[in-house]
Write a protein that binds this ligand. Structure first.
Ligand SMILES: Cc1cc2nc3c(=O)[nH]c(=O)nc-3n(C[C@H](O)[C@H](O)[C@H](O)COP(=O)(O)OP(=O)(O)OC[C@H]3O[C@@H](n4cnc5c(N)ncnc54)[C@H](O)[C@@H]3O)c2cc1C
Length: 390
């Protein structure tokens, strides 16, 4: 049986690819696999560039665990099944007057996959999606089903709200939400020289700001998104001019297959780090056509979050799937690390356990709690085992 990710770059020959549609089935699969000494990884929508799903033993496809469960409009919270796509959730939440607090460039991810890697959008005051998680229902390696939150099994909650797939099979997620709002999106193109000095103001003055810089033309495609007190405009305009509910405006269409490396650096280092990446591309990789993306994410308190304890700028480099990205990405990684960077868990990096221990003060705590809940490593694949501290 073959499993492959969105780009096809990550592939696995897997003994069993299991499609679960209920918690009871998922729990039985976990128990039986664990008893047989097999290892399990859960697949979301397969949109990670890193080997976070690949496994040769068992892969559990979670896309059948869908649906919006209890919605508490007053508290702006809802339980959601982990296999729900962000795409499908938008309209369902909106029917209750609610929306995710933020989301990424695309909405094809499943919620379970998005929270496992700290998936984020942009906005100086907006945190990643994992930071909105207030409770989890999870199947542990011994088949037991438990709930966790900041007050109930807080250690398990801490490792599972950003787990990189290694804590257990998450079946339900309680999300902190916000009131549904109409947003207006604007895109304009400007030269890098004209853009760079405006960036701090653009970040400060807009709820959401990002830009893509194109190495060939040295131009930046600047996007801002802000709430407006108007009705949605249908049919939706082309990307760059949409005025509609947040779930209709925030996602983009990204059909071109690529790989991606993204690092989060402390917000104060964002521009100087970006300037060095730009120089690196011009000097050493002049053939790179794919853009560099620049976004902001607010600090959170999650042990393995790229924005843990610090406001962050994320800088992403991309390469065509048909090209060898490694020399380019390795050179970029050196720059990112020099500015205190942390790699996105769902994207390419070349770091080992010792590097992560330097980057994350709670790295060993995270592993200690994970191992307490899964001593046999049922939920570890080769990649995760390779990161286990010795
Ligand atoms: C075109 C494109 C655009 C992207 N845009 C953004 C962006 O704007 N912002 C951003 O931050 N990232 C972005 N990403 C990265 C993407 O959001 C993350 O890699 C995300 O994890 C993918 O979600 P998924 O559902 O595909 O999960 P997968 O890639 O299938 O899985 C990711 C991890 O989640 C685990 N997992 C999935 N479901 C469960 C579950 N139920 N229980 C336990 N573990 C689980 C898996 O085991 C794995 O470790 C983008 C990726 C692509 C390809």
């Amino acid at each position: 049986m073959q499993w492959k990710n969105w780009s096809g770059r990550q592939q696995a020959s897997v003994e069993s690819l299991v499609f679960v549609r209920s918690e009871a089935d998922a729990a039985a699969v976990v128990s039986q696999s664990a008893q047989a000494g097999k290892t399990i990884r859960v697949a979301g929508a397969g949109h990670s560039h890193a080997p976070v799903v690949t496994n040769d033993s068992v892969i559990v496809d979670s896309s059948g665990l869908t649906g919006l469960l209890d919605v508490d409009i007053q508290a702006q919270e809802a339980w959601v099944r982990a296999g729900s796509s962000i795409y499908s959730l938008g309209g369902q939440l909106h029917d209750h007057g609610l929306a995710l607090r933020n989301q990424g460039d695309i909405d094809r991810q499943l919620l379970g996959g998005a929270i496992a890697t700290g998936t984020h959008g942009t906005g100086r005051n907006l945190q990643n999606i994992s930071a909105s998680v207030t409770g989890l229902h999870i199947i542990l390696a011994n088949g037991e089903q438990v709930e966790c939150s900041k007050s109930e099994r807080p250690d398990l909650f801490e490792i599972a709200r950003l787990s990189v797939g290694s804590a257990g099979l998450i079946t339900r997620i309680r999300m902190n939400l916000q009131e549904s709002a109409v947003l207006s999106e604007q895109i304009r193109i400007a030269t890098y020289a004209d853009t760079v000095d405006q960036i701090p103001d653009l970040i400060a003055e807009n709820d959401r700001f990002e830009f893509f810089w194109y190495p060939g033309s040295d131009e930046a495609n600047i996007k801002t998104i802000n709430p407006v007190a108007t009705e949605p405009e249908y049919p939706l305009a082309e990307e760059g001019g949409r005025v509609a509910w947040s779930y209709e405006v925030l996602p983009s269409h990204r059909p071109h297959l690529h790989t991606e490396m993204e690092y989060s650096v402390p917000a104060a280092n964002g521009l100087v780090c970006f300037a060095e990446i730009r120089q690196l591309i011009h000097n050493r990789f002049p053939d790179v056509q794919w853009p560099v993306e620049y976004r902001t994410v607010a600090a959170d308190d999650i042990w393995l979050s790229m924005a843990s304890d610090r406001d962050t700028v994320t800088i992403s480099v991309h390469q065509d799937i048909r090209l060898d990205e490694e020399p380019y990405y390795r050179a970029c990684e050196e720059v990112f690390l020099a500015y205190g960077g942390r790699p996105h868990w769902g994207k390419v990096n070349y770091l080992g356990s010792d590097d992560f221990a330097r980057i994350y003060p709670r790295w060993h705590d995270w592993w200690r709690v994970r191992d307490e809940h899964d001593p046999e490593g049922v939920f570890l694949n080769d990649y995760a085992r390779g990161l286990r501290p010795r």
